[in-house]
Design a protein around this ligand. Sequence first.
Ligand code: ARG
Length: 466
Amino acid sequence: MMKDKLWSGRFSERTDHGVERFTSSIQIDKRLYPYDIEGSIAHCRTLERAGVISAREADLLVEGLGRIKRDLDHGDFDFDDSLEDIHMHIEARLLQDIGKTAQKLHTARSRNDQVALDVRLYLREATWKVLDGLHKLRGAIVEFAANHLDTVMPGYTHTQRAQPVLLAHHMMAYYEMFSRDRRRFGDSLSRTNVMPLGTAALAGTTYPIDRRYTASLLGFPKVAANSMDAVSDRDFIIEFVSAAAICMMHFSRLSEEFILWSTSEFGFIELPDSFTTGSSIMPQKKNPDVCELVRGKTGVIYGHLMALLTMMKALPLSYNRDMQEDKKPLFETVDILLDCIVLFERMLPKIVVNKQAMRKAASEGFLNATDMADYLVGRGVPFRQAHACVGKAVSYALSRNKELNQLSLDELQQFESDICEDIFDYLTLEKMIKRRLSEGGTSPENVKKAIDAAKKALEEEKQPQA
Ligand code: ARG
């Protein structure tokens, strides 16, 4: 007879060592311990309230769990593969510490609803941190934008210079992206914040427990409605990781831009020394490794999303051990995402912008061609005809190695006799930007408004419970 496992009653043979190692998740799920203990304490009080255990027993269990928490906090705890997971470890330790009352803790509960609860408690807290982080990051972006309301740069399409824009406008595009991300995380939180405990293995329990009481003790606004769904739902994890994948995609785009902008070819920005690294062979190098790693880790998170979706695909109801594999991708996603949010928030204010280089790039390469066509439209030329006319002027200017505004009035009039002296003023960078007044466009007036609205929205944004 083997006695060492809490579930060993019906077994006559010891578990194979390879199987112990293979099935154990303790090295990964040990970080769930604060949530496991918090959940167990709420469970004790629920059992007490239902009259399943006495007040004295409940107190004994709760005190014992509190001591184990302190031991775990201080690293005074041994982990062992033969005890499988964090739930078993804590229960086994409780048995050792307080004796047979510990055997009552798992009444009306299964590890299936227990692990679902632990992960929800963990992810709720992680999501609060993400929401808070994205709030601060967006604040840093708005700050950055506010400092660059007069910095003109080329806006790109196809990575080709297209039209001049304000750097502030470019950065506020990221404010929009990260605002959508924050809403996505907030939305997924409403589905994470649901209490699964008390559904037991899958069918519910025979004990007269009040699940709403457990929920109120743990601060959950809702209890899971269907016991089978409660133990086998991992949608909330997939939703979080999916929102994380989208958010990382935004980080990777911004990273890519910073990497490009910091090359000598662009020379638009200088990344802070504290966020770059050197080369072991080339003494002159300053590499944008943080941005590169953010770009690289985005791929890791996409992989985790695929792993989770694939893990859940075609799983019959209800709990299946496959689901144990959800934690590694989830934890790593949370860790990477929080790192990226914090690092970008800290890096942004330290980026040095080379305004002259940006301006010079915006003045070269015919970024005023659309405006010249608009000028002609203002003189009654239909847009398509104006487009063709400016195209010819560009080709002519190219052959003379000049910009459109460097051609003489005579030269310009070859293409359209209606062109007057005022074209030169019309084609200055400032005027071009100022004219882009359509809602959401890059005019300083608009961008200033967007920044003010963002500041107000950030001020009013409800901070998640910490
Ligand atoms: N370690 C398990 C997991 O993470 C806990 C639930 C185990 N349940 C079971 N019936 N074996 O999924």
